[in-house]
Design a protein around this ligand. Structure first.
Ligand code: PRT
Ligand code: ZN
Length: 225
């Protein structure tokens, strides 16, 4: 059993945010051995347990109060919040701060050889995405109706495979779009990794530890600017 008196931090186990998350915690002076393929790692020098999970699970773990803190992309967080709201829930969490890594944008991209003349061109089109709620929020504000094709991977091949007309996916360098004959036509959301805390009562000891970590993170981030 996990010791509830220890601060629980969830981070991505392996993926684009895991190295930077690990580095940030190490630079805050938390001594952890993350070598093993374990779900939970225990800090040696502070009352902290690190849970290493899929990034998609992190917002829910924080919102449900299973962990105290999470490091996750704003894109994944916001999509989870919108998903829960759509189900009639009222998801709560505290955003402690934005971090200086994991930067990307969620963009609509269309096949290079298709004519695109502004958002109106998307009316009635089928859009492949992993982020249906962020996409719907953006396009409904613009009064554009569309159909979705929900994919959790390989979104960039959907138009070529005949699954959708256009896509809405994360972009950083743009190389993936380019390699798949797609052109970015509209950015709908800018994202970075962020640090979130669960809502609700927390012991004074845990809160003091969070405050100490926040001060250290501030120092680490400032030093890299
Ligand atoms: O296994 P797990 O579920 O934990 O990981 P995952 O595969 O779902 O996520 P992962 O590791 O790919 O990304 C984690 C987080 O990193 C995302 O939620 C974003 O917040 C952030 N991030 C930053 C990115 C990118 N940059 C990024 N470029 N996430 C994904 N991409 C993908 C994008 O989907 C596309 O396939 O990279 C490709 C495009 O990259 P460029 O450089 O070719 O434009
Ligand atoms: Zn994921």
């Amino acid at each position: 059993m996990l010791d509830k008196s220890r601060l629980r931090i969830a981070m991505q186990k392996s993926g684009r945010l895991s190295d930077e998350s690990k580095k940030l915690l190490a630079q805050c002076g938390i001594k952890i051995n993350l070598q093993e393929q374990r779900l939970v790692a225990f800090a040696e020098n502070m009352p902290i347990d690190i849970l290493r999970v899929r990034d998609d699970d992190i917002p829910g773990l924080v919102i449900d109060g299973v962990v105290d803190i999470g490091i996750v992309g704003e894109n994944v967080l916001e999509e989870e919040v919108l998903d829960r709201q759509a189900e009639g829930q009222n998801p709560q969490y505290k955003k402690l701060r934005r971090l200086d890594f994991g930067g990307c944008r969620l963009s609509i991209a269309a096949p290079r050889d298709e004519k695109y003349e502004g958002l109106q061109s998307l009316e009635g089109k089928r859009i492949a995405t992993t982020y249906p709620h962020l996409l719907r929020r953006y396009l409904s504000e613009k009064n554009i109706s569309f159909k979705t094709c929900l994919l959790n991977g390989s979104v960039e091949v959907a138009p070529r495979a005949g699954l959708s007309d256009v896509i809405c996916d994360l972009v950083s360098s743009g190389a993936t779009l380019e390699a798949n004959g797609l052109v970015e036509v509209q950015t709908i959301y800018q994202s970075k990794a962020c640090l979130i805390q669960r809502e609700g009562d927390i012991s004074a000891e845990k809160q003091a530890l969070i405050d100490k970590l926040m001060t250290r993170i501030q120092g680490v981030v400032q030093a890299r600017e």
